[in-house]
Design a binder for this molecule. Structure first.
Ligand code: XMP
Length: 607
């Protein structure tokens, strides 16, 4: 069946993903396109949504994209920047200024299909710098906003032209703070564009099984099955579509797995009955030698991705497989996050999008049945496939595994001179609280706007309740320049000296991280929090503290929905105490801290 779909134009800032998921929640397929894409790519879609991004401006090069999409005879709806672009394109005007941030009340002028089912006053979320000040001849104001009682109205918050079928919202209907944003999105897709809401998991499953059979024919699929949610769902899906002899699963112990992980994965696959050609290889030596001496996160990721392919090819030869397709559990965001558009910096290279894989994809050698799905949808598909819920609801674990949680260092820091000044700023910011803090001579990856940031964490020490702690972290991160993380000291005293140590990826360090991670994961399980906490990386930093130990351990429990944004999660005091006692008792551990940074500015992983 051909599904009706909406094209979501990605103007950066990852808003497009959020919009696409919200469209799909309405059972309408959404696909992300780039502003520079040729107009042919837009033609199969029944409507277009232009995403917004408060850091873009309708003045200058952001407005330089393929405008031929405006010539298509399909409805177009713009949010924020997209709204301003529509106003401008059809004879309106935009000015720089009159910013609004936060909640506002949208007053709807008249009944309109876009607002079907809503009241005349709706809470919406504003975040913009530029503002529409005039609209073109065929346009009308559909709504204006008030930020609060007695405030001046903000005109043209919603505009539209039924003649051109072009609409714009200054606010962001895709965020949860716009209370009925989902209704507005549904109204656009279904009422205005006429999309049939046919995108459902049961149907998708049937279609995907057909597609797999067609594509594989009499050939076979060789899938790397890590045991994570995505590859497990992919394995079961291939299992349904293909004859047992057509599917080979390979579980690679890359040495970067959690404690006893490989054993459990093999057991789980057996229990699910997809084990007729289940192979196992211990390739930890290959991965360790590829990672030896590497310090830079992107180089490590590439080395891991390349080694996967090398091991995979070697195993295929060993098993006498030829003419097979490489199966991957790649999901939709993985194909987009590697970046490459002029508005989006490479946030990270996904391990299944390294160069060799890209070449294999181009040669038609790769099959990725989940590449159109978001994580929630993969889980839904898993349920449709009757995969046990403890497999489906496992916390996500990155493909490069503990490799991105074991930070490496040359032992020297090119900007070590800036540390005292940053620490001074931290001290000033914390004045008046009972907290103290210092910048650490290491760096981790974060994200600011669409750019990767590679900056220092700040360690703070003190005691207060969670809300206050969260507030302090927010203030420090907003005020102090040159940092992207705030971590809270869990050791009894505030350390006085910090020294970066030269360290790369070794089995010994990985074993230590495995133990620390095991302590944290067991603790979450004991307290029944495994599903409540979306993800909880445990990280090691090669850092000597107060002349002792070799590794600073960080725990990072977070809440998130789609991993695009995240907030630090509060753990019960008793669990923190148990983790503290067990981790600080491990050999070579020099300290323990709790990452209380939201994303942005910190990413979920430290690399
Ligand atoms: P960040 O650190 O970018 O992570 O906030 C977002 C989500 O992606 C996971 N992640 C990865 N998953 N390969 C993966 O399969 C990777 O290279 C990778 N890097 C990050 C991360 O665990 C989180 O869930």
């Amino acid at each position: 069946m051909q599904h009706d779909s909406i094209a979501v134009v990605d103007f950066g800032g990852q808003y497009a993903h959020l919009i696409a998921t919200k469209v799909r929640r309405q059972n309408v397929l959404a696909e992300i396109l780039q502003p520079e894409d040729p107009v042919e790519k837009f033609k199969p879609h029944k409507g277009i949504i232009l995403s917004g991004n408060p850091s873009l401006s309708s003045f200058g090069e952001d407005s330089d994209y393929n405008k031929e999409m405006f010539d298509l005879d399909v409805p177009i709806l713009g949010f924020c920047f997209g709204h301003q672009e529509i106003a401008k394109h059809y004879g309106g005007a935009v000015m720089n200024g009159k910013q609004e941030f936060g909640r506002a009340q949208l007053h709807i002028r008249r009944e309109h299909p876009l607002f079907k089912g809503l009241s005349r006053s709706e809470q919406v979320w504003m975040s913009h710098n530029d503002t529409v000040t005039a609209i073109g001849p065929d346009f009308e104001e559909l709504g204006y906003t008030l930020l609060g009682e007695g405030s001046e109205p903000h005109n043209f918050a919603a505009i539209g032209s039924d003649k051109h079928r072009r609409y714009g919202f200054q606010f962001h209907p895709e965020v949860d703070n716009t209370t009925h944003g989902d209704v507005m999105i549904r109204n656009f897709a279904i009422e205005i564009c006429g999309c049939r809401p046919t995108w459902e998991m049961a149907q998708y499953l049937e279609e995907e099984i057909e597609k797999i059979r067609e594509r594989v024919g009499d050939g076979s699929v060789f899938l790397l099955a890590s045991g994570g949610v995505d590859s497990t769902v992919a394995a079961k899906l291939f299992g349904e579509a293909l004859r047992p002899e057509q599917l080979h699963l390979l579980h690679v112990d890359n040495g970067l797995m959690r404690k006893d992980e490989s054993l459990q994965v093999m057991k789980a696959f057996k229990a699910m009955g997809i084990d007729s050609n289940l192979h196992f290889v211990d390739a930890s030596e290959d991965f360790l030698s590829a990672l030896n001496g590497l310090v830079e996160p992107e180089q490590k990721r590439k080395a891991i991705g390349d080694t996967f392919v090398k091991v995979f090819e070697r195993e295929a030869r060993r098993l006498g497989l030829s003419n097979h397709l490489l199966g991957q559990g790649t999901i939709y965001p993985d194909t987009i996050e590697t970046g490459g558009t002029k508005r989006a910096d490479t946030i990270k290279t996904h391990h299944n999008r390294v160069e060799i894989i890209e070449k294999m994809i181009a040669a038609g050698k790769v099959i990725e049945p989940l590449a159109e799905l978001y994580k929630v949808e993969v889980r839904e598909l898993g349920e449709e496939l009757n995969i046990p819920s403890e497999m489906i609801w496992r916390q996500p674990f990155p493909g490069p595994g503990l490799g991105v949680r074991l930070l490496c260092s040359s032992g020297e820091l090119e900007d070590s001179a800036s540390i005292p000044a940053i620490s001074d700023e931290v001290t000033k910011t914390l004045a008046g609280t009972n907290f103290c803090g210092a910048a650490l001579p290491v760096k981790s990856v974060g994200v600011k706007g669409d750019l990767r940031s590679y900056e220092h964490p700040v360690l703070i020490h003190g005691n207060t309740n969670w809300n206050k702690l969260d507030e302090i972290a927010g203030t420090v991160l907003k005020t102090v320049r040159g940092i992207n993380r705030c971590i809270w000291n869990l050791a009894p005293k505030m350390p006085q000296t910090f020294r970066p140590l030269a360290a790369s990826t070794t089995r010994e360090r990985l074993d230590l991280l495995r133990e620390a991670d095991h302590i944290v994961m067991q603790g979450l399980r004991r307290h029944g929090l495994e599903r409540d906490i979306w993800q909880c990386p445990t990280v090691l930093l090669p850092l000597e503290i107060d002349g002792q130990g070799e590794e600073l351990c960080i725990i990072r429990p977070i809440h998130s929905e789609r991993a695009m944004t995240a907030t630090a999660a509060e753990l019960p005091e008793q669990l923190i105490g148990e983790i503290r006692d067990a981790i600080l008792a491990l050999p070579k551990i020099s300290g323990l801290a709790y990452d209380i940074t939201s994303k942005p500015p910190g990413t979920i992983e430290w690399e």
